[in-house]
Design a protein around this ligand. Structure first.
Ligand code: GLN
Length: 245
């Protein structure tokens, strides 16, 4: 029985912010929709492109090098900021991974320059001279009350992200560094806006989270029909093993 609807994804800066399997994350969403008879549309918005806040159910911004982030930061704050806030206000999912996550906050402080952010998440990221935070990571998340689950993946960032006073982390670090290697938190969640340092690749290793994103983006009342996830479960177990969880 096909499920209703079409998932509309808008990839932000797909040519600049795409390191570490970001295309694979989107491909996985496409496949999981397709296997269930849910339509799928992918659009993109690059430097200088105006953003339509009603044109997508999920806006995705992936990882990037500091150099490319700099180009995007100014565009994000000057050209796309208002549309992204409007999209978030109507409940669209906005998912930022690593460099994209940093740019959803209020600022990314490079050594000698402060890059503006989209101001969607109450975080500030500082790129100091310390070593990069690299390695397998696993976190415990509770996206619905009482439903605790594990996200497992890989992190590689020089920036340290600190949460503002009312920001809620996406999860609690079980293994790895997380936002800053100090406070034990990873990522941030503000309603349907989510940022995480987990890439490598996030969604193929955590298919349950991909389904949660689809359900939330489409505003579904019921959980999606299950799929044969033997391979996805093995990928998840492997990522957890790699993180020692
Ligand atoms: N350039 C950022 C940092 O090093 C983000 C890196 C990434 O997206 N992997 O912190």
């Amino acid at each position: 029985m096909p499920e209703a609807g079409t998932l509309r994804i808008c990839a932000l800066y797909p040519d600049l912010m795409n390191i570490y399997a970001d295309r694979g994350n989107i491909l996985l969403l496409e496949r999981r929709c397709g296997w269930r008879g849910i339509g799928f549309e992918l659009s993109s918005a690059g430097l200088g492109d105006a953003l339509d806040p009603d044109a997508a159910d999920l806006y995705y911004i992936g990882g990037g090098q500091d150099r490319d982030q700099k180009l995007c930061a100014f565009d994000l704050s000057e050209v796309k900021r208002d549309a992204l806030h409007a999209a978030a206000a109507r409940g669209a999912v906005i998912l930022g991974v690593c460099g994209g996550y940093q740019l959803l906050g209020s600022a990314y402080q490079l050594r000698d320059e402060a890059l503006p952010g989209a101001g969607l998440l109450e975080i500030v990221t500082v790129r100091g001279d310390g070593t990069r935070l690299i390695g397998n990571v696993a976190i415990e998340v509770e996206l619905s009350p009482g439903d605790r689950r594990v996200l497992a993946g890989f992190e590689n960032h020089g920036g340290r992200t600190n949460l503002g006073p009312t920001a809620a982390p996406l999860g609690r670090v079980l293994s790895g560094h997380g936002n800053n290697g100090i406070d034990g938190y990873e990522g941030v969640r503000a309603g349907s806006v989510i940022g995480t340092y987990m890439h490598g690749p996030l969604l193929p290793k955590n298919a349950w989270f991909a389904d949660w994103l689809i359900e939330t983006a489409l505003g579904l009342e019921e959980p999606l029909a299950p799929l044969d996830d033997e391979l996805e479960a093995a990928a998840h177990a492997d990522a957890r093993r790699a993180a020692g969880v």
